[in-house]
Design a protein around this ligand. Structure first.
Ligand SMILES: [Ca+2]
Ligand SMILES: [Ca+2]
Length: 303
């Protein structure tokens, strides 16, 4: 009897345990919750750049507030980032403690004037995840670059014997290919040449630029400078260049005789006129000059 009583008691106890178990185990999920008490990570929030931010730096960092209600948990973050509305997976971060916030992430150098989308999915060390919303921001426009410094002058700097009908030319342009560039031309016989003209606008890629200063004087040193302006009001100042025009034929003739044309004597001049008027072609010349041309040269020289 004692034995059977014990058996009955044990059976009753087992039945009680089984019935209790049936009550407290309604699903597999609550078994998990009961066994480790884990909570999913917090929903990622507080994005920086803020959602829909504009004019964001191309060097911007992403940051957000994450964490996990379970203070002892570690949390990693899957970063989705790109220019598509469904940004692509970029990287899983290192594990952070559940209480560390905010989290920073560098997406690298961004493009100007571009809308980016991003999303953070937080994972705790129990394999539970919480996705954040898809955020977006737009980077600022590219900053303006000043025009290129005018270069490659023609006539070359310090050139001599330059034709009196020479056009000026230089290489200009602007690194921003959509820009238009105008050129202020300074030109004259002073070391600080005076402003002559602003050119029409040229495209940023057009080179060389040609400017016609008109017919110049013989045997004269000219100075010139070009200042390039883009359509954003930025400018680049070129150096002052110089060149010297050709001597007139009569000066060349005097040099050929070993005379200094700057201090030629009247008698020498009269002798020269005689030579020219006699129809001879002086050494170094390909043709005789007309009387009219001769008088023009004498006039220049006398001037
Ligand atoms: Ca957790
Ligand atoms: Ca520019």
């Amino acid at each position: 009897m004692v034995k059977s009583h014990k058996f009955i008691c044990a059976f009753a106890a087992l039945a009680l345990v089984l019935s209790l178990a049936a009550i407290v185990i309604p699903s597999q999920a609550s078994v998990q919750a009961l066994s480790d008490g884990n909570n999913p990570p917090n929903v990622p929030s507080n994005p920086l750049p803020t959602n829909y931010a504009a004019d964001v730096s191309i060097n911007a960092y992403l940051s957000w507030i994450g964490g996990d209600p379970d203070a002892a948990d570690m949390v990693t973050y899957d970063v989705y980032f790109g220019t598509s509305l469904s940004p692509t997976f970029k990287e899983r971060t290192l594990p952070y403690s559940a209480t560390q916030s905010p989290i920073n992430y560098s997406p690298g150098i961004l493009n100007y004037n571009t809308t980016y989308y991003w999303q953070i999915v937080a994972w705790d060390n129990h394999g539970t995840s919480t996705p954040g919303p898809v955020w977006q921001f737009t980077t600022g426009a590219a900053p303006n670059n000043p025009p290129k410094m005018p270069s490659s002058p023609l006539p070359t700097n310090y050139a001599i014997d330059v034709s009196i009908d020479v056009p000026l030319s230089w290489v200009g342009g602007d690194p921003d290919v959509g820009d238009m560039v105008t050129y202020d031309v300074y030109f004259g016989t002073s070391l600080s040449p005076t402003f002559k003209e602003r050119t029409v606008p040229y495209s940023a890629t057009q080179s060389p630029i040609i400017y016609n200063p008109g017919t110049l004087n013989y045997n004269t040193k000219y100075y010139w400078q070009v200042v390039a302006w883009d359509n954003h009001g930025d400018f680049s100042t070129g150096p002052v260049w110089e060149f010297t025009t050709q001597t007139s034929d009569i000066f060349a003739y005097y040099r050929g005789l070993g005379l200094n044309p700057d201090v030629v004597e009247t008698t020498d001049l009269l002798n020269a006129i005689g030579d020219w008027a006699g129809g001879t072609i002086p050494p170094g010349f390909t043709q005789a000059i007309s009387t009219i041309q001769l008088l023009q040269l004498i006039g220049e020289w006398a001037g």
